[in-house]
Design a protein around this ligand. Structure first.
Ligand code: NAP
Ligand code: MG
Length: 495
């Protein structure tokens, strides 16, 4: 299927959604302002997209509030919401080709990944919460004999979902699934680099039977549309995924406005710890290479710091370098490509800046270290591995969000753990070891929301995902995510 499609021809013909989707339809923005969408695979402009401002956001909030108060969704029986959300999920899959193509055009990720990964996982996420919502129960509390006391969950009202560009559909679905299933109205603000699939989701939700206003989509710039949502007095909650820097702004917006609830899935600098007792260096090397080069390293939990015992350092680096060959950058629309372009020229320049900083600090590139495929006009960086990194260097402390691995040699378990935890982030971490004892000790020692032992980047909708420390708080995925979009109400019946 994937291979049978002429993706270049489809790319020329596909309609590019570029207007806000509010109250059940595409509308013109009030400002008339636009921003340009560029295909990062060749650097050429695709279309101009409406740039929503505070007035547009206000229209979207009013529409969402009207739907919420009317109860057309918020008071619908969970089993009925379930049916509509399942239909929404089916429509995402039915539009798989188009959604995969729109995603690749926006962000330059390989079409095979968009088609087999992003679309499918977004659809699965919506279906998971649809299936869950009529199977969660409230509580009856153990109070006095002449009392019946219920503890119930109620939707918050209007949820703003502000999401990044690295996995636009999945990140949106992680918010939409639990927020919509629990009865909220949602306003989705995609990253400026990736508005297409978000807008398409608005359209598909209506086709699935979701009432107008329950899901509105406002493309726009972060410091305008995102900020307007953060400061809006009638938005009850922001579900945010993005950088720690912008996460901090959302905490401020909340304090400056209405104490809206904030859930933050932020950045990371995840350690891949390889102990001297690792008994399968080939598996470790494959996991480590995929963990930093997949999605061009533009992954929040990318295993960007390799903390490796000096006894196995050289041997392991050789194996990772061999694995990295699989990720040679290629044409995102070619179905064989495993690594595409960076999302934008700006992001490419940022990553190249970090590579320069690594060299200046005395680290040495074992492989990679530069821009490639310049003749295409696109923004490609080759897989890069630095050796001789100290954990206090910039490339070991700051989130690069690109295909750059920093190898830091250590001696023994304790130094490995101390180095792994010496970071402001705490999203994820991994340990590779043949010792059961060290596996358990490391799982407890690593200060991170997710720990992988002898594997990397495994995930399931059944398992919560999110960070410790400056990687944020609140969890996406699993039933726990529903806590973010509901409030507890205690009701006392005297009799
Ligand atoms: P970003 O710059 O923080 O942007 C995220 C979202 O916030 C975008 O929609 C952006 O809009 C908006 N925004 C930017 N500035 C804003 C402001 N001043 N006020 C309100 N909203 C604002 O992040 P990104 O560059 O898109 O994505 C990369 C980051 O996301 C990385 O740090 C990565 O680690 C993190 N991430 C975390 C997870 C996780 O689950 N923990 C998952 C994926 C990514 P514009 O695009 O229009 O600026
Ligand atoms: Mg941004």
């Amino acid at each position: 299927m994937l291979q049978e499609i002429d993706w270049h021809a489809r790319a020329k013909a596909v309609a590019l959604p570029n207007r806000p989707f509010i109250d059940g339809q595409y509308v013109d923005s009030l400002s008339g302002e636009t921003f340009a969408c560029i295909y990062p695979g060749d650097g050429r402009p695709l279309t101009d997209v409406a740039s929503c401002n505070a007035a547009d956001v206000d229209v979207a909030v009013r529409s969402a509030r009207k739907a919420f108060e009317a109860g057309v969704w918020s008071r619908m029986a969970p089993a009925d919401r379930r049916r509509i959300l399942l239909r929404f999920s089916e429509l995402i899959l039915a539009n798989r080709e188009e959604l995969a193509l729109l995603e690749t055009l926006n962000v330059g990720k390989p079409i095979a990944n968009a088609y087999n990964g992003d679309v499918v996982s977004a659809a699965a996420c919506i279906a998971w919460y649809a299936e869950a919502i009529d199977k969660v129960y409230g509580e009856v509390a153990a109070t006095a004999y002449d009392m019946t006391t219920l503890v119930m969950r109620e939707p918050l009202g209007i949820v703003a979902a502000v999401v990044p560009w690295n996995y636009p559909m999945s990140m949106a679905a992680w918010k939409l699934g639990p927020a919509l299933a629990t009865g909220n109205s949602v306003i989705l603000k995609p990253a400026e680099q990736s508005p297409f699939t978000a807008l398409k989701f608005g359209e598909l939700a209506i086709e699935a039977g979701m009432p107008p206003g329950v899901l509105n989509v406002v493309p726009g710039l972060g410091h305008i549309a995102g900020k307007a949502l953060g400061l809006h007095m009638d938005v009850d909650c922001v579900g945010f995924t993005g950088s720690t820097e912008v996460g901090k702004y959302f905490m401020q917006y909340s304090g400056q406005s209405n104490i809206k609830r904030i859930g933050l899935e932020l950045g990371g600098k995840s350690p891949q710890v390889v102990l001297a007792d690792c008994d399968d260096l080939d598996a470790a090397a494959a996991g480590i290479a995929a963990g930093i080069f997949a999605n061009t390293g533009q992954v929040c939990n990318a295993g960007s710091r390799l903390i490796v015992d000096e006894k196995i350092h050289d041997q392991l680096l050789e194996k990772i370098a061999a694995q990295a060959k699989v990720f040679a950058p290629g044409d995102p629309l070619d179905t064989a490509t495993r690594m595409g372009s960076m999302v934008s020229e700006e992001q490419m320049d940022r990553v190249l800046g970090y590579i320069d900083a690594g060299r200046a600090d005395g680290a040495r590139p074992v492989i990679g270290g530069g821009r490639v495929k310049t003749e295409t006009g696109g923004f490609y960086i080759e897989p890069t591995i630095f050796e001789g990194v100290r954990n206090d260097m910039k490339i070991a402390q700051e989130e690069i969000f690109g295909p750059v691995l920093s190898a830091i040699p250590v001696k023994g378990f304790d130094e490995a753990m101390a180095t792994a935890n010496d970071t402001v982030y705490g999203l994820a971490g991994a340990v590779w070891t043949g010792s059961v004892k060290n596996a358990h000790r490391a799982a407890k020692s690593l200060r991170a929301g997710v720990v992988w032992v002898n594997c990397f980047d495994r995930g399931s909708l059944a398992v919560p995902f999110g960070g410790f420390k400056q990687s944020g708080f609140g969890r996406d995925k699993s039933l726990h995510a529903m806590d973010k979009y509901t409030d507890l109400k205690a009701v006392w019946f005297a009799h």
